[in-house]
Design a protein around this ligand. Structure first.
Ligand code: 8X3
Length: 246
C-alpha cells in the first residue's frame, strides 16, 4: 500500500511542486489549500487521484470539521505560510504581522497537534516543516516574518525532543530565495514590479529545488533523522552584520 502525504498550501509554489515530486515516488496525496480550483488543476497532473481538502489552515473550526476527511498520514508537509511586507518594524502594518503569526505559527502548530497523537499511537510519521533562512538570519524588513520562521525552527526541534523514543521524524527545511512562485507577489501585495525586482540579476532557487529535497528527505532510511536543511541559491549569502557609522 502506498504511503500517504498531507501537504498544506498545496495549490501553488513549493506545495504544488512537492505534490508532484511525492506523486513520482508513488505517494498517495492529501492536498490542502483554500483554492479548490487550483488543487483540482494540480490533480490532473498526478498519477493517482488525491484527496482534496479545501480549507483555510488558519480557520481552526473549519480545519477540525475536515479532520475526518484526512486519512492516516505518514508524511505531513507543513508548507502553508507567507511573508507580508518588507517595511521597517516601526512602520509595518499590524494586520500583516498578525496574519503571518496566525498562518506560519498558530496554524502549523494547530494542525500538527491534531495529527500528532495518531502518529505517536502508530509510532510512525515524518513531519516536514517549511522554515526559512529568515528564521536564522535577520535582514531589513524581515522582522516578524523571520520571527515566525524562528518559531517554526524551534518548534521543530522541540518536537524532536518530545518524540525522542518514537520512530517519528521531524525536519525543518529552511529555504532562501525562491523564484517563480507567488511568494514575492504575496509579500508585495500584487506589486509585480517590486516582486520582479527581487529576482533581477540573480538566479534564485525554484520550487522544484525544494520539492526535490522533500523527496530526498522521505527516502532516507528509518534510523536517520535530518534535523534541519538550510538552502540558498549561489547568488545569496548571509552577508554579515551591519554597522551604522552615519
Ligand atoms: C523566504 C526566504 O530569502 O526570500 O523564506 O527571505 S528569503
Amino acid at each position: 500500500m502506498s504511503k500517504i502525504a498531507l501537504i498544506t498550501g498545496a495549490s501553488v509554489g513549493i506545495g504544488a511542486a512537492t505534490a508532484r515530486a511525492l506523486d513520482c515516488l508513488g505517494y498517495s496525496l492529501v492536498l490542502m489549500a483554500r483554492r479548490r480550483d487550483k488543487l483540482e488543476n494540480l490533480a490532473q497532473d498526478l498519477s493517482s487521484t488525491p484527496i482534496i481538502i479545501e480549507c483555510d489552515v488558519t480557520d481552526q473550526q473549519q480545519l477540525l470539521s475536515k479532520l475526518n476527511e484526512i486519512p492516516v498520514v505518514d508524511v505531513l508537509v507543513n508548507n502553508a505560510g507567507l511573508a507580508l511586507g518588507l517595511e521597517s518594524a516601526d512602520k509595518t502594518n499590524w494586520d500583516h504581522w498578525d496574519t503571518m503569526i496566525q498562518t506560519n505559527c498558530t496554524a502549523l502548530a494547530f494542525l500538527t497537534r491534531q495529527l500528532l497523537p495518531g502518529m505517536v499511537e502508530r509510532n510512525q510519521g515524518h513531519i516536514i516543516n517549511m522554515g526559512s533562512i529568515a528564521g536564522t538570519y535577520a535582514y531589513k524588513g524581515g522582522n516578524c516574518y523571520g520571527a515566525t520562521k524562528a518559531f517554526v525552527e524551534q518548534f521543530s526541534m522541540g518536537l524532536r525532543s518530545d518524540l525522542l523514543g518514537t520512530a517519528i521524524k521531524v525536519t525543518n527545511l529552511e529555504p532562501g530565495l525562491i523564484g517563480g512562485t507567488e511568494f514575492s507577489n504575496v509579500r508585495f501585495e500584487g506589486d509585480d514590479a517590486k516582486a520582479d525586482a527581487t529576482y533581477q540579476n540573480c538566479q534564485p532557487m525554484t520550487a522544484e529545488d525544494i520539492a526535490n529535497t522533500v523527496a530526498w528527505l522521505v527516502e532516507q532510511p528509518p534510523h536517520l533523522n535530518i534535523n534541519r536543511i538550510e538552502m540558498m541559491p549561489v547568488c545569496q549569502a548571509p552577508a554579515g552584520l551591519a554597522v551604522d557609522k552615519g
